[in-house]
Design a protein around this ligand. Structure first.
Ligand SMILES: Cc1ncc(COP(=O)(O)O)c(C=O)c1O
Length: 457
């Protein structure tokens, strides 16, 4: 790194370690410092700042990988930090590994491909970017069709459950698409396929369904939705497709529930997104979107550029992108293989069941998640007379846990839950500790005088 000359007498040039350098010259939070710092000062200062962060392993609510990857993978990641993934001429091997990931994931999702046929897909920053791209492809396809048929093409909509992730709302707002939500009700926290299909009209660009709801990890019934929508399409001639948001479930269902039909085995499923940084077991910053066939991605969305050498096609929201996470995803796919992924998600599921049983044993919670879905345990208090889920969330922080409480979407917004996402680094021992710590919190809360107002704050 080129560093400007440091002021005479500054500590920056002597290379010595200055453990308290940051204390002597407190840095402005608003303005870049005039002087350079030594590398030790910069490192120490930031290390001190970061101590205020929580412990990622104890962040029980996060879907994102918090386990450290293997040393060998970290080594590959460090080696590729300076490679821009978009420079495929400069880094053809990285580009090839990205293509291999797409091919492997497409086959995991049962895309109808010949043995050595390349799949259609894109590596993204996460599921949010993947969903933007999939949504754009549906919108453009629908618009092209309506234009060709001289039909109005200015009011596209997506039908989905009220439990969609916020990134769908961003997509709708950024790209002018209406979201038609199927409302939930207490005890039923995923899309009702019958109601969803009733809401489909000639302007519906796709029905978006979720394999692993953010709120409680539950899988939606994609097969039932597919069958109902096929019937409606046959009657109306509309050809409304399905997108599966498998941000969490894409790397769980193929290993835990291989018989479950949720993917390209169903004819109306035209695209699927998955987060590599959730149950794909890669550090944050990687997702994938896969299309059923090449024809499901409109060609007019693909841009070509030649300023990095050869003519290259691109369909992403960003241009430049780091290579490390792509390489890390490839590492996990070949290092774990089908067997390894199955072992890890089976272990997550086992630990989720340990946690669920422990919570049930306390006798104070209603479980809002399902056993045959993501390894997620969502739970609500049965009795709200003295305190609520938000109080439990706040108090359990005293034991180091970050356990989010939140309300369900409409029309179940009066229900609050606490959510634990059981990840690779959430061991059986941690599950037992969490149950013990929650029990302690309940005992402490029981001793407090009743609050003036009850219910969820
Ligand atoms: C169902 C669902 N879709 C999309 C997303 C967004 O994923 P990402 O964080 O990879 O952008 C999430 C995140 O948790 C999710 O649960």
């Amino acid at each position: 790194m080129v560093l400007s000359k440091t002021a005479p007498g500054s500590d920056a040039s002597d290379g010595s370690t200055l453990p308290s350098g940051y204390v002597r010259h407190p840095l402005s939070r608003f303005k870049m410092p005039e002087r350079s710092l030594s590398k030790e000062e910069a490192h120490q200062t930031i290390k001190e700042e970061l101590k205020r962060d929580g412990n990622p392993t104890l962040y029980a609510g996060s879907f994102v990988t918090t386990a450290r990857m293997e040393h060998e993978c970290d080594d590959l990641i460090l080696d590729s930090l300076n490679k821009n993934c978009v420079d495929v001429d400069e880094y053809p091997a990285t580009a090839e590994l990205q293509d291999r990931c797409i091919n492997m994931i497409a086959r995991l999702f049962n895309a109808p491909l010949g043995e050595s046929e390349g799949a259609t897909g894109v590596g993204t920053v996460g599921s949010s970017e993947a969903i933007m791209l999939a949504g754009l492809a549906f919108k453009r396809k629908w618009q092209n069709k309506h234009k060709a048929q001289d039909l109005p093409y200015d009011k596209p909509n997506i039908v989905t459950g009220a439990n969609i992730h916020v990134c769908w709302k961003k997509f709708a707002s950024y790209f002018d698409v209406e979201i038609k939500e199927v409302k939930l009700r207490e005890g039923h926290y995923v899309i009702d396929p019958v109601k969803a299909v009733e809401m489909v009209d000639e302007n519906t660009i796709c029905v978006a369904t979720i394999l692993g709801s953010t709120y409680n990890g539950e899988f939606e019934d994609v097969k039932f939705l597919n069958d109902l929508l096929l019937e409606k399409n046959n009657k109306t001639g509309w050809e409304t497709p399905i997108h599966v948001d498998a941000a969490g479930g894409g790397f769980v269902a193929p290993f835990l529930y291989p018989e479950l039909e949720w993917d390209f085995r169903l004819p109306l499923v035209k695209s699927i997104n998955v987060s590599g940084h959730k149950y794909g077991f890669v550090y944050v910053g990687i997702g994938w979107v896969i299309w059923r066939t090449k024809q499901d991605l409109p060609e007019d969305l693909i841009f070509s550029f030649n300023y990095l050498g050869d003519n290259r096609p691109t369909f992403t929201l960003n241009f430049s992108k780091g290579s490390s996470n792509v390489i890390a995803q490839y590492y996990q796919l070949i290092r774990l293989g089908f067997e390894g992924y199955r072992n890890v998600v089976e272990s997550c599921h086992r630990n989720a069941m340990v946690l669920k049983k422990g919570l049930e044993k306390i006798g104070r919670f209603t479980i809002a998640s399902k056993d045959n879905s993501l390894p997620v345990v969502a739970f609500s208090l049965k009795d709200h007379t003295k305190y609520n889920e938000f109080d439990v969330s706040k108090m359990v922080r005293n034991f180091g846990w970050i356990l989010p409480a939140y309300t369900m979407p409409s029309d179940a917004q009066h229900v609050a839950v606490l959510r634990v996402v059981v990840r690779e680094d959430f061991s059986e021992t941690l599950a037992q500790h969490l149950v013990l710590d929650i029990t302690r919190v309940l005992n402490e809360l029981d001793q407090l005088p009743p609050k003036i107002s009850n219910g969820h704050s």
